[in-house]
Design a protein around this ligand. Sequence first.
Ligand SMILES: N[C@@H](CC(=O)O)C(=O)O
Length: 472
Amino acid sequence: MTKFRREHDSVGEMDILENAYYGANAKRAEENFPITGLKADDKFLDAMVEVKKAAAFENEKLDLISKEQKDAIVYACDKILAGEYRDNFIVDPIQGGAGTSYNMNTNEIIANIANEKLGGGLGVYDKVHPNDDVNKGQSTNDVIPTSGKIALVRYFIELKDECEKLLKSFEKKADEFKDVYKMGRTQLQDAVPISLGQEFNAYHSVIKRDYKRIQKAIDELSNVNLGATAIGTGLNADRTYVKEIVGVLKDVTGLDLKQAEDLVDGTQNLDGFLYASSILKTFAVSLSKISNDLRLMSSGPQTGIGDINLPVRQAGSSIMPGKINPVIPEVVSQVAFAVCGNDTTVTMAVEAGQLELNAFEPVIFYKLFESLRALKGAIYTLRVNCIDGITANKELLLEEVEQCVGLVTALAPHIGYEKSSKIAHKAQESGKTVREIVLEEKLLGEDELDRILDFKKMITPGILEEDKLEEK
Ligand SMILES: N[C@@H](CC(=O)O)C(=O)O
């Protein structure tokens, strides 16, 4: 038979599972928020526990808790950080109350582990109290934003590392394809020549900017408001504690954290989260544009564009034998759509702050963690299962570019737009190449035409100008 213990909180009495390490506040929150069916993010849990550990160190240093209490709290924190007691975190990630239930749940678990360590019973809290001791000098309103930022910084660091690998892959492909000439297309119509290497180099360039922006998000999120307590005035926290706590947290987390210059601002304004979200959205959109290109360029294989081949990853169809689909770019685009949707949620939540607090941090964290996890997975699979294995249809591309009427654009500076247009029409009507028509009509000599239609020169900015200077 399931056994319960009777516990109380400021609202009344509650039955709690006899062996549970959470308490009445967490239990009430579990009942109040049956939303996602999920539990707190592990990185976020770690961060909350690290905040509690840092606070215990500082509170003991200032003689605000005893050494015995500090040791027991630190013991409890280390156990949780090592992966124990995790199933006692029972509150849904989307919750009302500005994260108070997360904070209470954490305080209760730590207090129960600490009490037990000191020879006490579960739910008694006589040796270490969840609010008086574990939460000493803190409020949900500084603990939760600080913990969210720590978790986000760690997610962003992971994303940055994965992004660096993606950059190397694009760099390699740009080099591998530097002599693969093809027609560039604008508005889905033939334009002028380019190399496939230049296209991959452009992918590298945009992702490099995203990479730099990820570092900016890390810098922004490293400003935390711990020490602010309820509204940024530091009420109920020792003055020295307020000054020193972020330094201690820095040591506990190993992260380069800074205390917000204005703790009142740091408690009510969540623009830093929106900034980080918009950086993720920008990154996601860059990735989706690249994915669109990959799907278009690999379309076919027989009746599509067919510039490149994506690696075969899985059977494409349950009904059409042999069909292969561009599943990796497809998944990356879907991640991008989800990240854009999450950014809208974050935008609305950040906008909804009122006076001294914004109560909507739980959904902000939930969405940002989801975006960060999905983006990391997306760029991993994009690199390993797609980019690294792309091959080019070099001969076909060369044939196409040689035949393409679009080459006529390179003649315009030499014979003028009008004559060039006529050549274009003739080429389209007759099926002859631009080169053939120019020679037939003796508009340019063969040597000059060779020089003008040299693909290497056509794709290198500035080279035509140098030619003109040489001519003079
Ligand atoms: N979030 C709470 C404060 C706290 O839990 O510390 C409030 O402002 O109502």
